[in-house]
Each structure stands twice: as C-alpha cells, then as structure tokens.
Design a binder for this molecule. Sequence first.
Ligand code: TRP
Length: 475
Amino acid sequence: MEERKGFKSTFGFLMAAVGSAVGLGNIWGFPNKMGSNGGFAFLLVYIILAVLCGYIVMVGELAIGRKTGKSAIATYQTLSRKFKWLGWLATLSPFLILSFYCALGGYCIKYMVLNVGNLFGAEFGTNGLSGGAVFEAFMLNQTEGVVFGIIFLLLTMLIVMGGVAGGIEKFCSVGMPALAVMLVVIIIRSCTLPGAVEGLKFMFMPNFEPLKENFLGVLATAGGQMFFSLSLGMGVMITYGSYLDKKKDIAKNALVIICFDTLVALMAGLAVLPAAFALDPEGKIGGPSLLFVTLQNVFDNMGTIGAVFGIIFYLLVILAAVSSSISLLEVIVTHFCDKAAAKGKGDKRKAYSVIAALAASVLMVLVCLDGLGYSGYWVPGRVLVDGAWQYTAMYNDCWLDFFDMLSEGIMMPLGALLMCLMIGYEIGPDVVRDEIERNEGHKMKSYGFFKICVRFITPLLMAMVLIGQIKDFFL
Ligand code: TRP
C-alpha cells in the first residue's frame, strides 16, 4: 500500500484549515447576520457558541480523523458500530454545499472580469448600467452563469488534483496571506469614506431586543452560521485531521483556526459594511445582493479607482471561496483515493478528482441555471397561483437558498450532534484525549471542559439550534 501523503508543515495545515473556514460565509453571511440580530449582542452569542460547540466539535473531528488516518467514511466505520453510516452523511453533504459554492465562486470571477472591463473602459464592463441592472442581466444569462460556474469548479479540481501537500497546502500557504493583505487594503479604503461610521454602528451597536424577542431564532442563526463558517459537521476537519502529522497539537490548532476565522469575519464586516453605508445607503446589505449589487454600486461610485478596488475585492473573495471549495471536494476525493490505495490500485487521485468534480457539477449546473430564481425554475415550496408566485410554508425562492438551508440548517448541526453523541457515549471522550496526548508533552488541559461539553452542553445547544432552524425552515 502506498504511503498516504499529508501536510508538510503546521503552517501549511493551519493555512489550509483556515482557508477552508474562511469563505463566503464570513464575507457575506457574518456581517449582515450580526447587524440584523443584535450587533454586539449577537457577537457574544456567537463567541459563546464557538467555545461551547465549535471548539468541541473541531477538536473532536480533528482527533478522530488523525486517530484513524482515514477518510470520513472510513473513520466512522472504524470507530463506531452505531454511527457507522455517519461518514456517508459527512461525504454527501459537501455535494450540496459545492453546488451553490461553485455557482457563487463563478459569479465572483465574472465580477472580477467586469471590473477589469471597467478599468479599461472595455465592453465587458458595466457600461454605465447600475449594479442592479448588471446583476439581473447576468442572472438571466444562463449560459454565462454555467460557464463561470464551471471555470470555478475546474480551478477547484485542478488544485485538488495536485494533492494535499502539492495542491491544497501550497495554494493556501500563498493565498491566505495574500487574502489578509488585500482585506486590510479594502478595510482602510472602506473605513475612511465619509459616512462610513453608519456601517460600523449597524454592525457593532449592542441591541439586546432581538435576543429578548426571539432568543431561539438568534441562537439558531448564530449556530448555523458558526457551523458553516468553521467548516464543521461535514467531514472536512476529519479529512484534514487525517492528513495531520502525529506530532502536532490538535487542541492548540483548533483554537487558532477558530480565532482566525472569527477575526476574518469581523474584518470582512469592516471591509464591506462601512463602504456600503457610505456609497450605497439604499442598497441591500445581506446575501448575494450585498456582494454583487450593493458593492458593485460602491465601486462604481468611487470613480476610476473603484475598478481597482473592485478587482482586488473580488479576487480576495475568489481566494476565500476556492480555499473552501477545495476542502469540500477533498472530503470526497480522499474517500475514493483511500479505497483505491487499500485495494492496491495505486494513486488514483487525478482520476477521482475529475469524477468527483463531474458529480458535483450536476447540482451546480442546476443552481447556475436557476440564477438565484431569476430564471424561474421550480423550487420546493413555490406555487403559481393566478399567474403569480406564492410561497408555501417552506419558504425558498431559489435552489441556492434551498441547498443552503438544507446543508447549513439541518445536515451540519445534525452531523455534529451525532458525532458528539458518538464521542460522548459510545467510544468515550478519552479516545480524543488519548489521541491528543499521544505525544509526550501534549497535555489536554481542556479535557474536563471537553468531557462535560461533549456529553451534555454541546448536544443540548445543538439540538436547540436544530429545532430553531427546522422551525425557520418549515414555518
Ligand atoms: N467555511 C466556509 C465558509 O465560511 C464554507 C465551507 C467550506 C464549509 N467547507 C465547509 C462549510 C465544510 C461546512 C462544511 O464559507
């Protein structure tokens, strides 16, 4: 059997894991959710959840992955009798996320090209049209949507083909620091615009009303966001853990990943919202409209230099998105590579990367064709009554939202909840401790905390998040 090649350095591992965590969730999800759910109060709830759930699940996933040194599917099969099948959930879910992630990544490429066009006054720029008009035309152009989605998916595939050290680690070790630099450039520009302070107020002003009014709702929003943002509950950290050197300290690395991810989410808020409030006060501040309508208006309102900031900004988002999508594809590819290696078939990574990307492209093409619902495909919960669309209980207005809610709202918290039950009650938390302490000198100082959380607190909170999300989903 061939040796399984993993990450070369701690820095490389950290950049890959942070790269997976930092993504579209941080840039469009976090600032907006924080602003509309109580500002600073939401941040507090988020941080508490990150400590009580995020940290526990992250340590758990990394530890079981490294212990077995196998893919998510094989990890659960090796460790558990009751939860043998859980790895399948953890491997199927990435397909759902990839579907809309690649579609959106494609949009970012399109918008980078658009700003290049603006810079040179070329025809493929905005041509004086408003952000809203440009976006609508793009959404209605199904061919273009699919083409850019495929370009993004190909990029993802090529990196994964290069392997864990040769592709993912290399890309992230350069891409993540570059992303940080670009983010700082954008923050400086954004926060020095006149009127920027409104955006800061929107995001950071503490407001405990939403917490009082709808505590479960805020908890569910913060919880879903946290799972998505930290790449948990989907086999990613199990897979990355399986490629981690036995000598590395899991508990410390988990903490670093969480801190960086939260930091970048806050930085993204500083980069995006002040500019939006200053230059497009009427614009929408959440979701794809923020990224592609409001911000494009912001760049257009800056004059010629706006195109330069536009290019930097969309490039930054592409980096963040690619480093996340490669982690998703890797979960699937690792499974098949391991299987092939076990059968003595040799290194089949390249072939499997292509097959996995092809499989992922099926749902992606659907999301692209749908164009955020602009092109009007059937979606669950939407019915035509007297020539007008009406939404039934399961509110969704496009395939992207549907896949997003299904993955972020249900599959991730469920996957993470079941993993905690497995660790807490079936295999026992000491398995995680032993894995962390397998090297002399690594003491799991947080073991007492981990044990209580993984058995009682984390599952309870996750069940609450799940109930809140399901309520949102169906009612
Ligand atoms: N964390 C990424 C973001 O914030 C998305 C992501 C990448 C993800 N890999 C994941 C989410 C695995 C859940 C599981 O955009």
